[in-house]
Ligand binder design. Structure first.
Ligand code: UDP
Length: 140
């Protein structure tokens, strides 16, 4: 069993896609361990995406992520990290496979609707970014 962090980005929240997106993950067998809606400050967005601090898209990405509400979700399941990445699809919705969340809903390479942790190390870090230990309720 593995846990991973999904964040529904502002373009997904704004277009009322929270339920649809959670449903797609649930139908693939992933279970919600924790969930919250919040608005990140610019500083928090910069901290969340610190690994990209030297990339040309860092300023624009962190402006966008702090421009509206996001929904953070911890999912649990077998191979949850890889599974979530597959269900999300490629970074650029144009390159994403049919049926993936980014293909279905992504607007462009930046406003691509969802984030998912890319490794066990980043999953741990990102889960701790949003949630305290007592907020994580093991799936039944
Ligand atoms: N991003 C962007 N322009 C790019 C590459 C990435 O705006 O050229 C944004 C996009 O929102 C992406 C996030 O930065 O989801 C993190 O990039 P990463 O390469 O880690 O992609 P991901 O793991 O989200 O597919």
């Amino acid at each position: 069993m593995e846990r991973t962090l999904v964040m529904i980005k502002p373009d997904g929240v704004e277009r009322n896609l929270i339920g649809k997106i959670i449903n797609i993950f649930e139908e693939k067998g992933l279970k919600v361990v924790a969930i919250k809606k919040l608005r990140l400050t610019k500083e928090q967005a910069k901290a969340f995406y610190i690994v990209h601090k030297d990339r040309p898209f860092y300023e624009s990405l962190t402006d966008y992520i702090s421009s509206g509400s996001v929904v953070a979700i911890v999912f649990e399941g077998e191979n949850a990290i890889k599974k979530v990445r597959e269900i999300m699809g490629a970074t650029d919705p144009k390159d994403a496979e049919e049926g993936t969340i980014r293909k279905l809903f992504g607007l462009n390479k930046e406003k691509n609707t969802v984030h998912g942790s890319d490794s066990p190390e980043s999953a741990k870090k990102e889960i701790n970014f949003f949630f305290s230990e007592s907020e994580l309720i093991a799936a039944e």
